[in-house]
Design a protein around this ligand. Structure first.
Ligand code: PLP
Length: 464
């Protein structure tokens, strides 16, 4: 323990408020929190902000704090094949020892990786652009769409999130509720989220896919009335931050037909949900049926297993229209040899360890166990998911769908006390989100579900 209050560090001021008997670890953590406050933008959010965890290492589906305490990671969807997977670490380190450079030099990893990615996709999607984040990927997707179509207007979904760069703020109503830039926002149109639990057209509706597609049609007609045309419709293949929403089958195909007829293209954002997570298919847009192929897909988070790596894949026609406009594309770090070596290793691990199959099997087990909990706990309004992408929507009243926001936050904090990391999202922050690494096991599921059961029992008793 620390026996002296106060003390100084490089800043000369941070220790003034520390107390006698704070353990060395607590002191170190407090110091990190203070340094974060001092040097990092105050709007940069942190998990469990009133009592953040200091993570010092991670392995598989576990993270460890400075005291060696293990946490089960159910949310960190960038550690796709497991944290610090040795094959991925080795591939990155070996390439780093040999060469890293920008993409203006010829190097094999870039083309090898592009070929491997394209092998997971329909033939039509045959041209890659490598970037470093999901936001960059979506920003480029909009540029490609506008250049190819010659149009400017974009349709996005209510509660969507596509990234933080300025071109995406208006198309990400989930995080940025007020349209930010009057100039840009006049070209952005928000269609209702195709949510069949809480949305405009719900379960029980005879054809929610068509009803939601008709909403897009209305927007297209309004744009035409203004004498303009649609450049693109953009949607997350499964809406993630917006509350783990699974669009009804047929919706994307109908929207794609409408949008293409109106001169636009379809962009599927796979940044959170692609890459084997849903188990049954490698990409989440494939849930919409074999006939549906987007014109552009964007990917990020899991593909580098925590290393910054993202990609836009599109058709030859779209890419050629971009080039013929004189638009040279250059990205210093996008597709560098180290990123691509890591990307290749991630794909190898998914195959070698059958992680897509594991996502399907363990995801189904998780959903089944949660469905059983729903029979017991009235607080659970809806379970929805595919593979290891599962949402649990908590409600105070099943008939009225009153969001149980405070209860969802309680669940998150109580689980954290039990060393299980989960988050709550959705427009009412009442949807518990499961997006663990794909090496998650049925034992992990048992542990979380048992704890969740106890916490929900306590909460329901308190509600009376
Ligand atoms: N698209 C989706 C669906 C996302 O969830 C995110 C990030 O959360 C992004 C894009 C932006 O990705 P990044 O944070 O890597 O820029």
């Amino acid at each position: 323990t620390c026996i002296k209050p106060g003390g100084t560090d490089v800043t000369g001021e941070l220790f003034q408020l520390y107390y006698i008997n704070m353990s060395v670890q607590e002191l170190e953590k407090k110091k990190t929190i203070d340094l974060r406050k001092k040097h990092i933008g105050p709007s940069c959010k942190i998990f469990f902000s009133h009592d953040p965890i200091k993570i010092v290492r991670a392995k598989g589906q576990y993270m460890y704090d400075e005291n060696g305490q293990q946490y089960l990671d159910c949310i960190n969807n960038v550690a796709h094949v497991g944290h610090c997977h040795p094959d991925v670490v080795t591939a990155g380190a070996q390439q780093m020892e040999m060469l890293n450079t920008n993409t203006r030099f010829l190097h094999d990893n870039l083309v090898l990786y592009a070929q491997r990615l394209q092998a997971t996709l329909p033939d039509k999607l045959s041209v890659c652009y490598f970037v470093n984040s999901g936001s960059e990927a979506n920003d480029l997707a909009l540029r490609l769409a506008r250049q190819y179509t010659g149009n400017k207007d974009i349709i996005t979904l209510e509660n969507a999130y596509h990234g933080h760069v300025s071109s995406l703020i208006d198309i990400s109503p989930y995080k940025f509720h007020q349209l930010s830039d009057a100039e840009q926002s006049q070209f952005v149109h928000v269609a209702p989220s195709p949510d069949v639990y809480r949305g405009k057209y719900r379960a029980g509706h005879p054809d929610p896919a068509t009803a939601y597609a008709d909403e897009v049609k209305k927007i297209i007609n309004n744009v035409h009335k203004k004498g303009r045309k649609i450049a693109a419709f953009i949607a997350e293949s499964l809406q993630s931050c917006g509350g783990q929403v699974i669009p009804p089958v047929g919706y994307f195909q109908q929207v794609a037909e409408l949008v293409r007829k109106a001169g636009g293209i379809f962009i599927a954002d796979e940044v959170q949900v692609g890459f084997g997570r849903i188990g049954s298919d490698f990409w989440a847009f494939q849930l919409q049926g074999q006939d549906f192929v987007p014109d552009i897909i964007t990917m990020g988070k899991p593909i580098g297993n925590g290393h910054p790596l993202s990609c836009v894949v599109t058709t030859r026609e779209v890419a050629e229209a971009f080039m013929s406009s004189g638009m040279e594309y250059f990205n210093t770090f996008g597709g560098n040899p180290v990123s691509c070596a890591i990307g290749l290793a991630v794909l190898d691990v998914i195959e070698k360890e059958n992680l897509q199959g594991n996502a399907l099997q363990v995801g189904q087990y998780l959903t089944n166990r949660l469905e059983k909990l729903k029979e017991k706990h009235l607080l659970i309004g809806d379970i929805r998911g595919r593979g290891l992408f599962v949402g649990v929507e908590l409600v105070r009243d099943r008939a009225k769908l009153t969001p149980a926001t405070a209860e969802a936050q309680e669940v998150i904090y109580k689980l954290k006390e039990q060393h299980i990391l989960l988050s709550a999202d959705g427009p009412h922050r009442n949807v518990l989100k499961f997006k663990p690494p794909l090496c998650f096991t049925t034992e992990d599921v048992d542990l979380v579900v048992e704890k969740l059961d106890l916490i929900l029992t306590e909460l329901e008793e308190a509600l009376g």
